[in-house]
Design a protein around this ligand. Structure first.
Ligand code: XMP
Length: 498
């Protein structure tokens, strides 16, 4: 029984402690290689049913992941995990934003339409206002009668501004059913020299619209991570006991639910997580954990496990509670167990450089989650602030007083009624403003691929097996950073740690 007092043993025996290592303690041993870094395939599994094209997730933090950043993450091949410092209705809106972002078919409510008896001028003005260059013409029952576009109403076509739309529209409309694929829609557009295809039901009523512009935009993001219906994928954080939030997120289309707890190796948290996983279709990732025993307790039902007890840049868990696990050891212990059960492992927190990220994979992770690395990007929530002539964005721990005040206290299994009662496990900070997420990801993933090149492993699974660590002394660590020089130009992927 867990609560029984164990047999007494000499306290001094406790000091025969195993060593636990973190990123700076190890380096990848260079090995013979036949691959060029650019050729490295970084696709991976992040949970039982979700694969990514890059092994990267953005943290579920209120200064990191909302819909804008989640859209950018998925378009670039990773996945964003929406934070939970918002009410359930707001969460649903955020999930829907991501799901609709790259939709092939624009839904009926979002399609700009014209009525046959409107004047050409009215429709011209409406299209200008709405920023579209054409509109299906529908009657009162939404039946598609024609389509009107800017080319139909140009003056030289002898259509007067006060003529009615039905006189100017094209009435031989090419339509398609709602199961149309991007390829079929594009073929229709090429064959008939048109730029938009109304999507109709069996009674010819408008249910959506596919546009050439929309299809071309999707093609720009060829590395995007999409669900079965072509929408971008998204992960959503839910509290350990938030069944309602979990169901609402799954119903709204969340692909993965992340049980968001600072110490998931807790019997009540595990029971609740199991219950949630049995009642939703979405994958359920359980975290955070940091030991072999915790992994054993969850791999039976979890679709993925997330590792990290106190490594994060804004975390004070280790100093406040005295508990924690250096991250490389934590990842490897969990991966020992999870790999045997084919459960993907996510290394969460403490990653400052691309080298740290690929070391986490070598330690057994399938993907990495980052907060501080992305908090300074354009797509992260919050505005840019200027201090001493430099640009910054806010970045705060979800266990900081500010974030807990906004609703995240139960991540730390605490119930608090007033600010005085908070025992924070994180700080509030500012991080340099960095520009677009795409350029940050380019540096991060580019560095990881180079690491794979040094080890001679062309894929993530091969890299996990083939890579070896060497131990770095503190002199070795110093040697590994620029030294004995004054840096004159900042590198896009390196800033010295204080
Ligand atoms: P990085 O190092 O990428 O870490 O900024 C992000 C991860 O840190 C965790 N997190 C916290 N941990 N106190 C903690 O002990 C906090 O206030 C806190 N906020 C976030 C979280 O796992 C995140 O993904």
């Amino acid at each position: 029984m867990a609560n029984d007092v164990p047999e007494s043993r000499p306290f001094s025996e406790k000091l025969r402690v195993p060593e636990a290592l973190t990123f700076d303690d190890v380096l990848l041993r260079p090995m013979e290689s036949h691959i060029e870094p650019d050729e490295a395939d970084v696709s991976t599994s992040v949970s039982t049913n979700v694969d990514l094209n890059i092994p990267v997730l953005s943290a579920a933090m209120d200064t990191v992941t909302e819909s804008e950043l989640a859209i950018a993450m998925a378009r670039n091949g990773g996945i964003g995990v929406l934070h939970r410092n918002m009410d359930i209705d707001e969460m649903v809106v955020e999930i829907e934003r991501v799901k609709r972002a790259d939709e092939l078919v624009i839904r009926r409510d979002d399609v700009v339409t014209a009525q046959p008896d409107q004047t050409v001028r009215e429709v011209d003005e409406m299209m200008e206002r709405e920023g579209v260059s054409g509109a299906p013409v529908v009657d009162g029952n939404d039946v598609v009668l024609g389509i009107i576009s800017a080319t139909d109403i140009r003056p030289y076509l002898e259509v007067g501004e006060s003529d009615e739309v039905h006189m100017a529209m094209t009435d031989e409309v090419i339509t398609a059913g709602k199961d149309v694929t991007a390829r079929a829609a594009l073929e229709l557009m090429y064959d008939h020299k048109i730029e938009r295809v109304p999507i109709v039901d069996d009674d010819n009523r408008l249910v959506g619209l596919v546009t050439m512009q929309g299809i071309l935009q999707r093609r720009e993001h060829e590395n995007a991570v999409r669900d079965g219906s072509g929408s971008l994928r998204i992960g959503v954080a839910v509290g350990p006991f938030e069944n309602d939030r979990a169901h609402a997120a799954a119903d709204a289309g969340a692909d993965i639910l992340f049980i968001d707890c600072a110490h998931a190796h807790n019997r009540d948290v595990i029971d609740s997580a199991r219950e949630i996983s049995e009642s939703v279709e979405a994958d359920v990732v359980v975290g955070n954990i940091g030991t072999r025993e915790a992994a054993e307790a969850v791999v039976g039902f979890a679709d993925g496990v997330k590792v990290g007890i106190g490594p994060g840049s804004i975390c004070t868990t280790r100093v406040v509670t005295g508990a924690g696990m250096p991250q490389i050891t934590a990842v490897s212990e969990v991966a020992d167990v999870a790999n045997r059960h084919d459960v993907p492992v996510i290394a969460d927190g403490g990653i400052r450089y691309s080298g740290d990220a690929i070391k986490a994979i070598a330690a057994g992770a399938d993907a990495v989650m980052l907060g501080s690395y992305f908090a300074g990007t354009k797509e992260a929530p919050g505005r840019v602030i200027t201090m001493n002539g430099k640009k910054y964005k806010q970045y705060r721990g979800m266990g900081s007083v500010g974030a807990m005040r906004s609703g995240g206290g139960d991540r730390y299994l605490k119930e608090e009624d007033d600010d005085e009662g908070f025992v924070p496990e994180g700080v509030e900070a500012a991080t340099p403003y960095k520009g677009t997420l795409a350029s940050e990801l380019h540096q991060l993933v580019g560095g990881m691929k180079s690491g794979m090149g040094y080890v001679g492993a062309p894929t993530i699974p091969e890299f996990k097996q083939r890579s070896r660590f060497v131990r770095a002394s503190s002199a070795g660590q110093t040697e590994g950073h620029p030294h004995d020089v004054m840096i004159t130009d900042e590198a896009p992927n390196y800033s010295p740690q204080e």
